[in-house]
Design a protein around this ligand. Sequence first.
Ligand code: B3K
Ligand code: ZN
Length: 880
Amino acid sequence: MRTDTGQVFRLEDYRPSDYLIPETDLTFRLSPDATQVTAVLTMERREGVAADVPLVLDGDGLGLAALKIDGKEAASGAYEATPDRLTVTGLPATGRFKLTIETVVAPSRNEALMGLYRSSGVYCTQCEAEGFRRITYFLDRPDVLSVYTVRIEADASEAPLLLSNGNPVERGQLEDGRHFAVWHDPFPKPSYLFALVAGDLGKVEDSFVTMSGRKVDLGIYVEHGKEKLAGFAMDSLKRSMKWDEEVFGREYDLDVFNIVAVSDFNMGAMENKGLNVFNDKYVLADRETATDADFANIEAIIAHEYFHNWTGNRITCRDWFQLCLKEGLTVYRDHEFSADQRSRAVKRIAEVRTLRAHQFPEDQGPLAHPVRPRRYREINNFYTATVYEKGSEVVRMIRTVLGAEAFRKGMDLYFERHDGQAATIEDFLKVFEDASGQDLSQFSLWYNQAGTPNVSVSSTYDAAARELVLEIEQSLPPTPSESRKRLMHIPLAFGLVGREGKDLSHGAVEGATVEDGIIHLRKRRHTVRFSGVSERPALSLNRGFSAPVTLSVEQKQADQIFLAGHDSDPFSRWQAFNTLLTDALIDAFRSVLGGKEPRFAPWLGETAGRIAADEALEPAYRALALALPGEADIAREIGKGIDPDAIFKAREALAHTLASANRHLFGDLYHGLGDNGDFSPDAASAGRRALRNGLLDYLALLPGGAKLASAHFHGATNMTDRAAALAVLAQRHAGSAEATEALAAFERAYSHDPLVMDKWFQIQAAVPGPQALETVRALCGHPGFSMTNPNRLRALIGSFSSANQTGFHRTDGKAYRFFTDIVLETEKRNPQLAARLATGLRSWRSLEPARQARARAALLSMAAAAQSADLKDIVERTLA
Ligand code: B3K
Ligand code: ZN
């Protein structure tokens, strides 16, 4: 494990490297315990750098076996090698030179899953962010671009398949049953995009003809026998390639594109040039094993990694502070892709829910950082919802501010101007300024300032003058190390909804720039006067979630209810009902705290019923509207003094109220949506399943609910319905005969399939209540569980800490202590994963005092025991 040095990296300290590596030739002689790596680096000194400036290469846990300069053994005084650095002096004074570096690494003992490691007998690599330095000494930074040629030698029976980046050049036999392959990637790339895979895998083949008529061979490699599960991923890949040509004019550039699925992977997938490596969870799917959510994730992640070929690989990042340059932009691109492939409205609601669930707590807690951070201790801890999801929202806002046409012009300019470069956010903003003539300097605060802005709005309407006045104010709460904030440019999309449900027109506007349905906020306060407004409108604000802000609008409840039924913007219509539900839940929470039974106004049930039965709305949309805000969502809206048990009671009470009020309607709809046995993963079919399963969740609360869910479970003809029913049984009818029997049946049916068993772990980890700790502890001993596989740990421990508010935050703090032990145990093998798990405690300060004290004690003990930069960084920032 790389122990913490406490070193902090700062954006303002960036300077270019003294040396360049135009060419990199690598030879791997693979063996599990001692792989020999020979790197021949063609190097040169950057212009203007003095000849006596030493070359300092990065390493991480390396040992140097040999070093040559221009083919000659380096004199012992000419270099110094430590595990994390190779310093070479006395290099040729002018011109290019070749450095030959030999290292030996042990993939079989690499449990951190960074660098070269083995997953189920397959050699694979993960180099982003700083894994390449675990393979050989290198200038392991994204602004050093090199053309790679890679030769792989391995035992032919153990590893018949030998893959690397770029195009295949040569292959052949060697002595002793070994063979080799050579790959060449003509596109200069940073080391983090290097990849190698070698093993015995099955292949799914296809091809794609690009817009200029070039044929690209596509391959997806999976465990033998799983080929039939890769069809959806292949189809998603081809659709992504086509879409990027049509929407962004981007064509693929190599002769081959390969994807490999591995079962031990720290994250979702990795965009290595021409050789994407995937967590198998995001490749393998069929109706029997994957839910609709899995299908949607596969489609999105296949697209995301493919889109990186242009946004990330052809144009990469100058330094890791610019991570959002590739990640935020690529998330934006994959969101747009999914919106085009599926339902735009449903997709947008799902995106906003994800942003609020993951990014808002980050922005509002101790780990808050700008979309482009200015400092880090461990870069792997900055692959965050802020960099990714808020980063995507910022790109979306650029499009909103510029309009579709200027945005596309700016993107074209970006590709033209920066192809082959390592760029910055300044470069990115500049192309949009140049394409549109607009000044984006105030807008750039979205990249540089942390925290979620609040926008508050009140209104008055003067019927005689036909004038509507909006008082709008932005405020920016302080975040760690940024106490004073500057005012932002917030594009607020709006509509003035009239009695007929149509948007009212208006005349001249004073007090803010208002264009194409957007109010541009740039000052702290705006008094915006709309003339020529024919009646008092209901205010529909932040339509389509045009800006990632929290919004409070002083508005009559009747107007909110009206918007929930009539807003022509589907996102805002969903939002209107969701806000009503949230407000009702917060009131109910306060009642529970005050020892009273929560009560709900009858119109809530009526509105829910109307939405459920509205045939004009897509089923997927109705399912989203009917889904109550989660316990964590409610906690976030309440903000502090959180008692998860009281939130749980409030939410249960509302669920019962809505179910009882609509028992017949929900029952009829549920039966009307009955499964006819056909299956297609398309969005419309998935939407009908989502609605049916959402209704089941309500109906399960009524008498006979367990029986109904049990029938649903046993009658299911796909994993979506089966897993949904299992969750309803396990979580709503915990301990019932039906639940126990269904859990056992599921385990019997899928014990051979780890990815499906993850759902079984996940569902049980989320069963509410204090007994969950014992369940989770016991499941840690289940033969299907493994402390070394990231998917298993995330399914059981990650779900327990993030999806089980009452169980994880039990009052005695025992779950926190258990969690601390697991995190520290994980840290020994895989510090990156441990750090990621530890973020499960980031919202500890919002808890009520007793739980807060126990969470703090757990964090303090984690801080005292942590060894790695990864975990120390997270825990210390969480406590600060
Ligand atoms: N770029 C990778 C993430 C790498 C994470 C390193 N800790 C996957 C992606 O965002 O596409
Ligand atoms: Zn990415």
